[in-house]
Design a binder for this molecule. Structure first.
Ligand SMILES: [Zn+2]
Length: 430
């Protein structure tokens, strides 16, 4: 490089940068190999998980992909005469038991794999870190880490179920929110076979991810509600409402729900949301997202009055006015009084009337506003896009439920700013 520089042939900076990095990595693997090769005699016996003692058997070669490149080293291997189990204590020490990847590489694979498709992740690792792995390897590692996060989550949920959660040391919060929503994720055919068509209101070949957000609120100087910066944490999974209810309850507890002065649950009209609110968050103020309610009226008007735009606008304006003023009984009366033309429309109107009737107490918007509360579920809707959509709903993606749930667990952990803590705890536990 210096020679070509002196000859004045110019410098291809990028080529030099990348070549130098590759050389530095190579030098690094030599250092690592030296460190990993232990020269002292290994103990002749080590404890086996069965309670007996395993005996030194031989030295075996381990291949590992590290952040600096592939390395190989020998370590002592032990076999238990009692149960026949083989082990290398050195692997446990290095946190590479049963893995071909070093902890640093595994973390990188989890982070990129949670952000982009597995093939893009592979390309990014090569470009940004000089690490060559397959897309499948990224998939396996990211999913394994997501599954491990979920296993820990399930342990917390079990404790919550048995009311054994430790007291929360969170500061008291004036207003605490929970928002819930569902969003469809495309899945491979086998995951929808045998399931009733659109039972959960989802398009075919998708499964519903239930997403919950927990966040706190303060008010600005004009007494308008503002979401506390960085206070949002997320939980989500493809699972039953019952399972999801416990998941969200555990998260709310962890965030200090029990110590909130005012508790609010916001969602659309979906029945499962209000069932969960009743069961797990009794006493919370329940609010139906105003924008969903408005949407109902716009859609209904388009069906009732498809041709007369002027009349339709007037009709919607009247309905919206009652809605905004929380006069739901008056709104229901307008709906019921609208003259239907077909049997089908009659049914639609009846359904909508029931929707507003059933949710009337959740639509007293002026009262909610007076208390300085949010009346929209914007946080969870944004969450559906950022937590789920941005990674799991790209074109051409079809998930297994297991794979989707692992990546969802990983994304929720990262977007709730908990991944670093998880990674540290994990090593300590190991
Ligand atoms: Zn044993």
């Amino acid at each position: 490089m210096f020679a070509s520089q002196r000859k004045g042939t110019g410098l291809d900076l990028e080529a030099v940068e990348m070549a130098t990095r590759a050389r530095m990595h190579q030098a690094g693997t030599a250092v690592l190999t030296g460190l990993l090769t232990v020269r002292i005699d290994p103990p002749t016996r080590v404890a086996c998980s069965c309670g007996a003692e395993a005996r030194y058997h031989d030295h075996r070669r381990k291949q590992l992909l590290t952040a600096l490149g592939p390395v190989e080293f020998d370590r002592a291997y032990y076999v238990c005469p009692h149960c026949g189990h083989g082990q290398s204590p050195r692997d446990r020490e290095l946190d590479v038991e049963g893995s071909r990847y070093s902890p640093a590489v595994r973390r990188m694979m989890a982070v990129v794999g949670s952000e982009s498709s597995f093939d893009q992740s592979r390309q990014q690792l090569e470009l940004l870190a000089g690490i060559e792995v397959t897309a499948k390897a990224v998939e396996r590692q990211a999913e394994a880490i997501g599954a491990d996060i979920e296993t820990r989550q399930q342990a917390d949920i079990r404790r919550a179920k048995q009311l054994e959660l430790p007291a929360v040391c969170a500061p008291d919060v004036p207003v605490f929110y929970i928002e819930m929503d569902g969003t469809g994720v495309p899945v491979v055919k086998a995951e929808t076979e045998g399931r009733a068509g659109k039972a959960d209101g989802q398009p075919p070949h998708t499964r519903e991810v239930k997403l919950g957000c927990v966040f706190t609120q303060t008010t600005n100087k004009n007494d308008r509600p503002v979401r506390d910066e960085d206070s949002t944490s997320y939980v989500a999974a493809i699972e039953t409402a019952e399972q999801f209810g416990l998941r969200l309850y555990t998260e709310a507890w962890r965030r200090g729900w029990s110590r909130a002065q005012k508790k609010v649950v916001i969602g659309d009209g979906a029945v499962w949301i209000w069932n969960l609110a009743q069961q797990h968050f009794p006493g919370a103020i329940q609010i139906v997202d105003l924008y969903h309610a408005r949407q109902h009226l716009h859609e209904l008007s388009a069906r009732l009055l498809p041709n007369d735009i002027k009349v339709r606008k007037r009709w919607v304006a009247r309905c919206l006015d009652r809605l905004e003023r929380g006069k739901i009984e008056a709104l229901v009366k307008i709906l019921r009084d609208s003259p239907p033309t077909t049997e089908e429309l009659l049914k639609t109107i009846a359904n909508e009337a029931v929707y507003f009737e059933r949710n009337a107490e959740r639509m007293r918007y002026p009262a909610f506003r007076l208390q300085g509360l949010f009346v929209g579920s914007g946080v969870v809707e944004a969450g559906c896009k950022t937590v789920i959509g941005a990674r799991l709903k790209r074109s051409g993606m079809f998930w297994t439920v297991r794979g989707a749930n692992a990546i969802i667990a990983l994304r929720c952990c990262r977007l709730s700013r908990r991944f670093e803590d998880y990674w540290t705890d994990r090593s300590v536990a190991a």
